[in-house]
Design a protein around this ligand. Structure first.
Ligand SMILES: Cc1cc2nc3c(=O)[nH]c(=O)nc-3n(C[C@H](O)[C@H](O)[C@H](O)COP(=O)(O)O)c2cc1C
Length: 183
Protein backbone atom coordinates (compact mmCIF):
# COMPACT_ATOMS: atom_id res chain seq x y z
CA UNK A 1 0.00 0.00 0.00
CA UNK A 2 1.23 3.52 -0.76
CA UNK A 3 2.15 5.34 2.42
CA UNK A 4 3.14 8.93 3.20
CA UNK A 5 3.25 11.44 6.04
CA UNK A 6 -0.48 12.10 5.97
CA UNK A 7 -1.39 8.43 6.23
CA UNK A 8 1.23 7.87 8.91
CA UNK A 9 -0.16 10.79 10.94
CA UNK A 10 -3.73 9.53 10.57
CA UNK A 11 -2.72 6.04 11.64
CA UNK A 12 -0.40 7.18 14.42
CA UNK A 13 -2.79 9.55 16.24
CA UNK A 14 -4.19 8.01 19.42
CA UNK A 15 -6.53 9.31 22.09
CA UNK A 16 -4.52 10.15 25.20
CA UNK A 17 -6.20 10.89 28.51
CA UNK A 18 -3.33 12.03 30.70
CA UNK A 19 -0.89 14.82 30.01
CA UNK A 20 2.35 16.12 31.42
CA UNK A 21 2.10 19.55 33.01
CA UNK A 22 4.51 20.94 30.35
CA UNK A 23 3.44 23.95 28.30
CA UNK A 24 2.26 23.99 24.70
CA UNK A 25 3.73 27.01 22.91
CA UNK A 26 1.66 29.79 21.35
CA UNK A 27 3.18 28.85 18.02
CA UNK A 28 2.00 25.26 18.37
CA UNK A 29 -1.50 26.41 19.37
CA UNK A 30 -1.63 28.74 16.37
CA UNK A 31 -0.65 25.92 14.00
CA UNK A 32 -3.36 23.69 15.50
CA UNK A 33 -5.96 26.45 15.10
CA UNK A 34 -4.80 27.02 11.53
CA UNK A 35 -5.43 23.34 10.78
CA UNK A 36 -8.96 23.77 12.17
CA UNK A 37 -9.51 26.91 10.11
CA UNK A 38 -8.68 25.04 6.93
CA UNK A 39 -11.24 22.30 7.48
CA UNK A 40 -13.83 21.93 4.73
CA UNK A 41 -17.46 22.87 5.41
CA UNK A 42 -20.72 22.86 3.47
CA UNK A 43 -20.67 25.77 0.96
CA UNK A 44 -17.58 26.96 2.86
CA UNK A 45 -19.90 28.16 5.63
CA UNK A 46 -17.16 27.87 8.29
CA UNK A 47 -19.71 27.83 11.12
CA UNK A 48 -17.12 27.40 13.89
CA UNK A 49 -15.50 29.36 16.67
CA UNK A 50 -12.55 27.82 18.50
CA UNK A 51 -12.34 28.66 22.20
CA UNK A 52 -8.77 28.25 23.44
CA UNK A 53 -8.79 27.61 27.17
CA UNK A 54 -5.55 28.23 29.05
CA UNK A 55 -6.93 29.68 32.28
CA UNK A 56 -6.11 27.21 35.06
CA UNK A 57 -9.50 27.27 36.82
CA UNK A 58 -11.48 26.90 33.61
CA UNK A 59 -9.21 24.07 32.45
CA UNK A 60 -9.66 22.24 35.74
CA UNK A 61 -13.43 22.63 35.59
CA UNK A 62 -13.58 21.39 32.00
CA UNK A 63 -11.03 18.69 32.86
CA UNK A 64 -13.33 17.31 35.52
CA UNK A 65 -16.16 17.28 33.02
CA UNK A 66 -14.02 15.47 30.44
CA UNK A 67 -12.91 12.99 33.10
CA UNK A 68 -16.52 12.20 33.88
CA UNK A 69 -17.22 11.66 30.17
CA UNK A 70 -14.21 9.35 29.86
CA UNK A 71 -15.12 7.55 33.07
CA UNK A 72 -18.69 7.02 31.95
CA UNK A 73 -17.52 5.46 28.71
CA UNK A 74 -14.40 3.57 29.55
CA UNK A 75 -13.66 3.70 33.26
CA UNK A 76 -10.12 5.04 32.72
CA UNK A 77 -10.11 7.31 35.73
CA UNK A 78 -11.19 4.60 38.11
CA UNK A 79 -7.61 3.41 37.63
CA UNK A 80 -5.54 6.54 37.18
CA UNK A 81 -7.40 9.02 39.38
CA UNK A 82 -5.79 11.79 37.33
CA UNK A 83 -7.41 14.41 35.22
CA UNK A 84 -7.35 15.83 31.74
CA UNK A 85 -7.23 19.23 33.48
CA UNK A 86 -3.44 18.68 33.47
CA UNK A 87 -3.45 19.43 29.75
CA UNK A 88 -2.04 22.96 29.42
CA UNK A 89 -4.57 23.89 26.75
CA UNK A 90 -8.00 22.79 25.77
CA UNK A 91 -9.85 23.79 22.61
CA UNK A 92 -13.64 23.82 22.48
CA UNK A 93 -15.15 23.65 19.00
CA UNK A 94 -18.30 25.79 18.99
CA UNK A 95 -20.73 25.74 16.07
CA UNK A 96 -23.43 28.10 14.86
CA UNK A 97 -26.30 26.02 13.39
CA UNK A 98 -27.77 29.20 11.89
CA UNK A 99 -24.71 29.57 9.66
CA UNK A 100 -25.02 25.96 8.53
CA UNK A 101 -28.35 24.36 9.48
CA UNK A 102 -27.72 21.18 7.49
CA UNK A 103 -24.12 20.23 8.17
CA UNK A 104 -22.86 21.99 11.31
CA UNK A 105 -22.24 18.65 13.02
CA UNK A 106 -19.93 17.47 10.24
CA UNK A 107 -18.18 20.85 10.22
CA UNK A 108 -17.41 20.48 13.91
CA UNK A 109 -16.16 16.95 13.42
CA UNK A 110 -13.85 17.71 10.54
CA UNK A 111 -12.38 20.79 12.26
CA UNK A 112 -11.80 18.75 15.42
CA UNK A 113 -10.04 15.97 13.52
CA UNK A 114 -7.86 18.45 11.59
CA UNK A 115 -6.72 19.92 14.91
CA UNK A 116 -6.16 16.51 16.53
CA UNK A 117 -4.00 15.47 13.57
CA UNK A 118 -2.04 18.71 13.62
CA UNK A 119 -1.40 18.29 17.35
CA UNK A 120 -0.21 14.74 16.74
CA UNK A 121 2.12 15.87 13.95
CA UNK A 122 3.73 18.28 16.45
CA UNK A 123 4.38 15.46 18.92
CA UNK A 124 1.42 16.50 21.06
CA UNK A 125 -1.49 14.35 22.09
CA UNK A 126 -5.19 15.05 22.36
CA UNK A 127 -8.40 13.44 23.40
CA UNK A 128 -11.70 13.98 21.61
CA UNK A 129 -14.37 14.35 24.26
CA UNK A 130 -17.78 14.16 22.63
CA UNK A 131 -20.53 16.09 24.37
CA UNK A 132 -24.24 15.61 24.60
CA UNK A 133 -27.19 16.52 26.78
CA UNK A 134 -26.08 17.44 30.31
CA UNK A 135 -22.34 17.51 29.57
CA UNK A 136 -22.81 19.98 26.73
CA UNK A 137 -25.01 22.17 28.94
CA UNK A 138 -22.30 22.16 31.62
CA UNK A 139 -19.55 23.01 29.12
CA UNK A 140 -21.69 25.86 27.76
CA UNK A 141 -22.09 27.27 31.27
CA UNK A 142 -18.36 27.00 32.06
CA UNK A 143 -17.37 28.66 28.76
CA UNK A 144 -20.20 31.21 28.60
CA UNK A 145 -21.34 29.99 25.18
CA UNK A 146 -24.43 31.96 24.06
CA UNK A 147 -27.80 30.29 23.54
CA UNK A 148 -28.25 28.86 20.06
CA UNK A 149 -24.61 27.86 19.61
CA UNK A 150 -23.51 24.24 20.10
CA UNK A 151 -20.30 22.67 21.35
CA UNK A 152 -19.14 19.84 19.09
CA UNK A 153 -16.14 18.70 21.06
CA UNK A 154 -13.64 19.47 23.77
CA UNK A 155 -10.06 18.74 22.80
CA UNK A 156 -7.50 18.72 25.62
CA UNK A 157 -4.03 19.04 24.10
CA UNK A 158 -0.66 18.45 25.70
CA UNK A 159 2.42 16.31 25.94
CA UNK A 160 1.39 12.70 26.51
CA UNK A 161 2.05 11.32 30.01
CA UNK A 162 2.15 7.74 28.71
CA UNK A 163 2.58 5.84 25.48
CA UNK A 164 -0.87 4.78 24.28
CA UNK A 165 -1.50 1.25 23.07
CA UNK A 166 -1.46 0.74 19.30
CA UNK A 167 -4.78 1.57 17.66
CA UNK A 168 -7.24 -1.00 16.40
CA UNK A 169 -9.50 -0.81 13.39
CA UNK A 170 -11.57 -3.27 11.40
CA UNK A 171 -9.67 -4.40 8.29
CA UNK A 172 -10.54 -2.76 4.98
CA UNK A 173 -11.90 -6.04 3.64
CA UNK A 174 -14.72 -5.92 6.17
CA UNK A 175 -15.80 -2.31 5.56
CA UNK A 176 -15.37 -1.70 1.83
CA UNK A 177 -17.74 -2.67 -0.97
CA UNK A 178 -17.13 -1.98 -4.62
CA UNK A 179 -19.57 -0.45 -7.08
CA UNK A 180 -22.72 -1.40 -5.13
CA UNK A 181 -23.35 -1.92 -1.43
CA UNK A 182 -24.99 -5.23 -2.14
CA UNK A 183 -22.13 -6.59 -4.19
C1 LIG B 1 -17.29 12.00 18.19
C2 LIG B 1 -16.37 11.34 19.18
C3 LIG B 1 -16.74 11.33 20.50
C4 LIG B 1 -15.92 10.71 21.45
N1 LIG B 1 -16.33 10.73 22.72
C5 LIG B 1 -15.63 10.03 23.63
C6 LIG B 1 -16.11 9.93 24.95
O1 LIG B 1 -17.14 10.52 25.30
N2 LIG B 1 -15.42 9.17 25.83
C7 LIG B 1 -14.30 8.51 25.46
O2 LIG B 1 -13.73 7.82 26.30
N3 LIG B 1 -13.78 8.63 24.22
C8 LIG B 1 -14.42 9.35 23.28
N4 LIG B 1 -13.92 9.47 22.02
C9 LIG B 1 -12.62 8.85 21.67
C10 LIG B 1 -12.83 7.47 21.11
O3 LIG B 1 -13.15 6.56 22.14
C11 LIG B 1 -11.53 7.02 20.39
O4 LIG B 1 -11.29 7.90 19.31
C12 LIG B 1 -11.66 5.60 19.83
O5 LIG B 1 -11.76 4.67 20.89
C13 LIG B 1 -10.47 5.20 18.97
O6 LIG B 1 -9.26 5.34 19.68
P1 LIG B 1 -8.09 6.26 19.10
O7 LIG B 1 -8.61 7.67 19.03
O8 LIG B 1 -6.96 6.12 20.07
O9 LIG B 1 -7.75 5.73 17.74
C14 LIG B 1 -14.71 10.08 21.06
C15 LIG B 1 -14.32 10.13 19.71
C16 LIG B 1 -15.13 10.76 18.79
C17 LIG B 1 -14.70 10.83 17.35
Amino acid sequence: MTSNEVLNAIRGRRSVLRFEAKPVTDDEIEAILEAGRWAPSFANSQPWTFVVVRDENTRRELGQLVDRIAFAHRGHYAVSGKGTGDAPVLIAVVLDPVKDPQHWVEAGAVATQNMALMAHSLGLASYWAGLGGKSEAEARRILGVPKGLRIASLLPIGRPAYAPKPGERAPLAGIVRYDRFGS
